[in-house]
Design a protein around this ligand. Structure first.
Ligand SMILES: O=C(O)CCC(=O)C(=O)O
Length: 296
């Protein structure tokens, strides 16, 4: 029997390349097991934050109520507090990204590989000038304790990541189903264009107009099958999956806490104080704030 050619049209390599989705890359076994173990050990040292969606200076829009986010989070590089309404260029760039802790060495090492891959995949308008992965959102997925009952909150609704350029994410723990859905008309965003199970130790990288601008993405569900219990131990939350999304925020849009507007500082100071209990970085950032001038 003739073997298929190794290269050229019809070869296994050509078929594999043809199956790939332009602008979307998935590698189920990206993380080396020693790196995975190091990341888990570092995650065990974190004190994730429960944030509220709104605040005194950024109150709920009419008809909406204050609410807690579905999950605790942690940010590296810069912290986009929900009540400051996240980074949304071109208009929403001021006082949105508050300088936060740097990446630990094990994440820096992953970033070097991911950035090299992204530079091979994306060019021109899909790869903004100065792009580098300087922001990381750590999402903790699981169940939270509500009035003595464990309630599963392991999902994320349809949204876009507005940071310019490609976005990369590492997944740990139970696998999750991510879906990219069309955005033709508000309220009618349900046609699934692409879905992908994100496995423990996997990398997902996406960019370009189709995945960043023309579609929304959502985490539809997170499995329970493998029985993962992820660090850190939290009093009111059981984590079964952790996702780290890496993004790019132009450095000029990252603001130290002490340089935020008075309103933004007032709204996020309690969060900074909570973070400071577990982090020298946030203690020092808080200490840089000038004491408010007292009225005579
Ligand atoms: O958990 C995931 O895989 C995706 C998270 C996500 O969509 C986000 O952080 O914007």
């Amino acid at each position: 029997m003739a073997l298929p050619p190794r290269r050229g049209p019809g070869s296994p390599l050509a078929r594999k390349a043809a199956q790939r989705t332009p602008g979307h890359h998935y590698n189920a076994s990206f993380l080396a097991s020693a790196d995975r173990a190091e990341i888990l050990a570092w995650l065990g040292t974190l004190h994730p934050l429960w944030e509220e969606r709104y605040s005194k200076h950024f109150p709920p829009p009419e008809g909406q109520q204050q609410r807690r986010l579905l999950r605790p989070v942690y940010w590296l590089g810069n912290w986009q507090f929900a009540c400051l309404d996240y980074y949304r260029p071109p208009k929403g760039v001021k006082d949105r990204c508050v300088k936060a802790e740097p990446f630990p060495a094990v994440l820096e090492r992953q970033i070097v590989k991911v950035e090299a891959l992204a530079r091979r995949m994306f060019r021109g308008p899909d790869m903004p000038q100065g792009w580098h992965l300087n922001t990381c959102l750590v999402n903790f997925y699981g169940s939270r304790l509500e009035d003595g009952r464990w309630v599963d909150t392991a999902r994320v609704g349809e949204h876009k990541d507005f940071e310019p350029g490609p976005v990369a994410s590492l997944s740990l723990g139970e696998r999750a189903l991510i879906q990219f859905v069309t955005s033709t008309r508000p309220g009618e965003r349900d046609a699934v264009v692409l879905e992908q199970w994100l496995d423990d130790g996997s990398l997902q990288l996406f960019g370009g107009a189709q995945w960043k601008d023309q579609t929304f993405h959502r985490v539809q569900r997170v499995d329970t099958r493998a029985g993962h219990v992820m660090p850190p131990e939290l009093p009111d939350f059981r984590t079964r999956r952790i996702n780290l999304t890496f993004r790019y925020v132009p450095d000029a849009h990252v603001t130290p806490f002490a340089a935020l507007s008075a309103e933004a500082r007032e709204d996020v100071r309690p969060y900074m104080a909570t973070l400071a209990k577990g982090s020298r970085f946030f203690r020092e950032e808080l200490a840089r704030e000038q004491p408010p001038v007292k009225a005579e």
